[in-house]
Design a protein around this ligand. Structure first.
Ligand SMILES: Cc1ncc(COP(=O)(O)O)c(C=O)c1O
Length: 281
């Protein structure tokens, strides 16, 4: 990381140092988890798929009836400038839009004035050795509220990470009330079953990386089926990998007590991961 690296914050279009950045204790984002966010990777000076992330953020605002004054191009310019001001080659750009502060005390959203918070922190990918060895997953009967929206109620992911770590796993995968696998704490999941690559389509955030990996696989002649996947199917998969902005493509070698495939990162996973990193980041 560059020595000049500095965390920069932009609140409602105004840039400031991290220690000057303040938001009201009455903001509904803090009080009720009422808001949306997105995380974008900047690698070697290039911001990846900003357009797609902003589309998802804007759609998320519409889905929760969060009306705000910022256009997509304004959000894009502010995100780019916050990244440039941080002066590092790599960054994790987080854009948050909260419902803001309204009448007090009240759940009423009518008088709320939304807040836009953008900041850039260092972007750390998993260690190279983790890409080689793969990770283990703990299954949990958790689900996020309104999973298609990257909303601020992220407690399932926070507790999912914590529970995985305290029980000796690397991360957690969520299973919904019907017993189907949905997504992970901060990523989507793919699996190879009987030679077919598949990924769940319900009760999850439609990951930008997931979409790019589907396109990448198809460009390599590998069809991806979007379908429901039971936990039992996951246990018996030949290969499993996860995808996310800050993970890229990461192999999975164990789920609960079940070893996946040969217990090492699968061949197809390696092939896709190599191609992803060659073409993208
Ligand atoms: C719950 C959840 N699912 C999936 C993803 C993957 O989405 P993306 O590929 O856009 O990073 C994320 C990313 O943070 C997430 O938080």
């Amino acid at each position: 990381m560059s020595e000049d690296f500095k965390i920069m914050v932009c609140i409602n279009g105004k840039f400031m140092d991290a220690d000057e950045a303040k938001i009201s204790v009455f903001d509904h984002g803090l009080l009720y988890g009422d808001g949306v966010f997105d995380t974008i990777a900047a690698v070697d000076g290039k911001i990846w798929w900003l357009d797609e992330h902003l589309d998802r953020l804007i759609e998320g605002c519409s889905a929760i009836s969060l009306e705000h004054p910022w256009s997509k191009s304004q959000l894009s310019e502010l995100a780019k400038e916050t990244f440039q001001r941080m002066k590092g080659p790599n960054g994790r750009i987080r854009i948050t839009i909260t419902r803001g502060v309204g009448e007090i005390p009240s759940y009423s959203i009518n008088s709320c004035k939304p807040n836009l918070i953008i900041f850039v922190t260092p972007l750390d990918f998993p260690q190279e050795s983790t890409y080689s060895t793969g990770i283990s997953l703990l299954s949990l009967k958790y689900s996020r509220l309104f999973p298609r929206v990257k909303n601020l109620s992220f407690l399932p992911s926070v507790l999912g990470c914590l529970e995985a770590k305290t029980t000796g796993f690397d991360d957690s995968v969520f299973v919904n009330s019907s017993g189907d696998v949905s997504e992970g704490t901060t990523w989507n999941i793919f699996l190879l079953v009987d030679g077919k690559l598949m990924t769940p389509g319900d009760s999850l955030l439609i990951g930008i990386t997931r979409n790019k990996v589907i396109e990448l696989a198809e460009s390599m002649g590998i069809n991806v089926e979007v379908r429901s996947v039971s936990l039992k199917t996951l246990y018996s998969a030949q290969e499993i990998f996860v995808t996310g902005t800050t993970k890229r493509i990461l192999g999975v070698t164990r789920v609960d007590d079940f070893v996946i495939g040969e217990g090492s990162v699968g061949q197809l996973t390696q092939k896709l991961s190599k191609e992803f990193r060659r073409i993208f980041y």
